[in-house]
Design a protein. Structure first.
Length: 150
C-alpha cells in the first residue's frame, strides 16, 4: 500500500480478489504481500485467529492510519476542485469520499445514513459554547447529545 489512501487500497484489492473469484476465506492470505513493512506490523500485533479474519485485519490497518468516519467526513466538506480536473471528475471524487465515509461508518441502510446526516446537522446547529463543551469531544457523547431532547 505505497502512497495510497488505505480505503482505496482495500477497495482495489477486494475488487481484484472478486474478479479472480477468490473465496473470501482466502483473502487474509493475500493481504500481507500487499502491505508495506510498517503496515505489516499492524497485522503482526494481531493474534493468528484475528489474522485469519480479513475484516479484522482491514479494520486494524484502517485504525492504524486513523482513518475513521470523521476523517472522511472532514475530507468531504473540505475538498476543493483542483485546476486539472473538470466538474464531472470533481463530482466523482466527492462521491468516492462520501462512499468512504459511509463504509467507514458501516452504514448499511438508508436509516443509518439518515441518522448520520441528522447527527451532523444537529451538531452543526449547536451554539459555539455548547460545541466547545468537553462532552461533545467523544463519539459516544456526541451520539448521546443528539439523542437528548433539548
Amino acid at each position: 500500500m505505497y502512497d495510497a489512501d488505505p480505503l482505496v487500497f482495500f477497495q482495489t484489492v477486494e475488487r481484484a480478489l472478486q474478479l479472480n473469484e477468490t473465496a473470501k476465506s482466502e483473502w487474509p492470505k493475500f493481504l500481507p504481500a500487499h502491505l508495506t513493512p510498517n503496515d505489516n506490523k499492524v497485522l503482526s500485533s494481531l493474534s493468528l485467529a484475528e489474522n485469519m479474519d480479513y475484516e479484522t485485519g482491514k479494520r486494524a490497518v484502517l485504525s492504524y492510519f486513523k482513518l475513521d468516519s470523521h476523517a472522511y467526513l472532514k475530507a468531504f466538506w473540505t475538498t476543493r476542485r483542483s485546476q486539472d480536473e473538470n466538474y464531472k471528475m470533481f463530482k466523482n471524487r466527492l462521491r468516492e469520499i462520501l462512499l468512504y465515509f459511509v463504509e467507514a461508518k458501516e452504514m448499511d441502510t438508508f436509516e443509518t445514513l439518515a441518522d448520520a446526516v441528522l447527527q451532523e446537522q444537529f451538531l452543526n446547529k449547536l451554539p459555539a459554547d455548547v460545541k466547545q463543551f468537553s462532552y461533545l469531544n467523544s463519539q459516544e457523547m456526541r451520539t448521546n447529545a443528539v439523542n437528548m431532547q433539548i
